[in-house]
Design a protein around this ligand. Sequence first.
Ligand code: OOG
Ligand code: MG
Length: 258
Amino acid sequence: MSAAITACADLVESAVAHRTAMGRLTEQHALTLDDGYAVQDEVARRRLARGERVVGAKLGLTSPAKQQQMQVAEPVYGRLFSGGLHPANEPVRVDTLIHPRVEPEIVLIIGQRLAGPGVSAADVLAATDWVCCGLEVIDSRYADFSFTAADVVADNTSEAKVVVGPAMHRPDGLDLSLIGLLLEVDGVQVATATGAATMGHPAEATAMLANFLGARGEAIEPGWMVFTGGLTAAVPLAAGHHVTATFGHLGSVTVRGV
Ligand code: OOG
Ligand code: MG
């Protein structure tokens, strides 16, 4: 591994540990998107060595709303770790993070291994045990959430915490592209969307992920949860405020900041 990858992994870990935002890594190092993944892989290796487990995957920047908000038009992949699982109903302490934001996502719980090439949305749905609603709490390690695709990939795509809704649903008979979403902050509507916002269909986005991982010699593993990408722009999570996502057919999920 190159010294630059190690140095970038050190900077990402230090920003997390000290809850301090940093400048773009790409301002100091000429990182390609592949280099960004190499940094993400290295930090993941260190976290696994410290006893964390990967519990799933997160797709990022899969919707026009997110791509416009972040000014990055490239879908990206990150890992979800056991330490980030956050119980529904338990408030999130915002002072444990740098500048948390929340975004509503459709979540697939995968029952069978999926690895490309050639994985289709139909294959994904056949391998999906459950569908539920989720809120992702993201926390970029970059000042002002300002990054390129390579930067955000190196930062495990702003991964911090995930909350999944209490109700699990079988995918059969649900058209996930037509699931409606209402996003509210303190009971006030801030955005609406449908499942189609994420690359036409959440299973389509997940098929892209399976094909991407297959090309890396990896897979979506049985039991993983896949956060298929924010359907709307992310909203800040502040102490004393709460964010609720209510989805047609899937129910609702709330995150409260303290
Ligand atoms: C990057 C993470 C994007 C999503 O669902 O689009 C993401 C960010 O916006 O900081 O998780
Ligand atoms: Mg997300």
